[in-house]
Write a protein that binds this ligand. Structure first.
Ligand code: DQA
Length: 149
C-alpha cells in the first residue's frame, strides 16, 4: 500500500529514449525500458514507489512538471541536453518546489565543456553523475533520507 512520502517521479528528457543506440562509452548498452525496470527494482528495495515519464518535447516536460506535485513526493530528473540550457525547465522546477535529485548516466563533468554547467544548479538536493544506472539507486536513497521514511 502507498504510504505518505514514498512516491518518486523519474523524468527523462530529450534523447534518453534513444539509450541503447547512444555512445556506449558514456551510456552503456541499456535501453530506457530496461533502465526503468532496474530503477523500479531499486525503488522497491527502498520501499519507494517509482513512476516514470519521458518525452523529447520540452513543453511536455514543462507541463508535466506543472502537474507533478499532485502525483509525487519527490523527483529524479535526467533532462538530457536540456540540463545545460533550458531556463524554461529551470523555472518550472522552481514552481514545483519538490525535493529533486538530478541524475546523469555519464560523467558530465569530464566530458565537453558545455556539459559541465547545469541550469538546475541551486534547485536540486544533489547531482549524481557518472555512475550509470546505479546513480538512480543513489538518488532514490537521497530522497528517502529527505522523506524521513
Ligand atoms: C545525460 C548527459 C547530457 O549531457 C546529455 O545531453 C544526455 C544524457 C546523461 O545521462 O549522462 O542526453 O543527461
Amino acid at each position: 500500500m502507498t504510504t505518505a512520502h514514498n512516491r518518486v517521479e523519474v523524468m527523462h528528457g530529450v534523447n534518453l529514449d534513444m539509450l541503447g543506440r547512444r555512445p556506449a562509452e558514456h551510456y552503456g548498452n541499456i535501453t530506457l525500458d530496461q533502465l526503468q525496470v532496474k530503477v523500479r527494482g531499486f525503488a522497491r528495495e527502498l520501499d519507494l514507489e517509482a513512476r516514470f515519464f519521458n518525452t523529447n518535447h520540452e513543453g511536455e516536460f514543462v507541463e508535466h512538471l506543472h502537474r507533478v506535485h499532485q502525483l509525487t513526493d519527490g523527483l529524479i530528473l535526467n533532462a538530457g541536453a536540456w540540463t545545460h540550457y533550458s531556463y524554461a525547465i529551470r523555472d518550472a522546477l522552481e514552481i514545483v518546489g519538490l525535493p529533486t535529485v538530478e541524475v546523469h548516466l555519464s560523467a558530465v563533468g569530464a566530458r565537453e565543456e558545455w556539459r559541465r554547467h547545469s541550469v538546475l544548479e541551486g534547485l536540486v538536493l544533489e547531482t549524481v553523475s557518472g555512475e550509470g544506472p546505479d546513480g538512480y539507486r543513489k538518488a532514490l536513497g537521497l530522497l528517502k533520507e529527505r522523506f524521513g521514511v
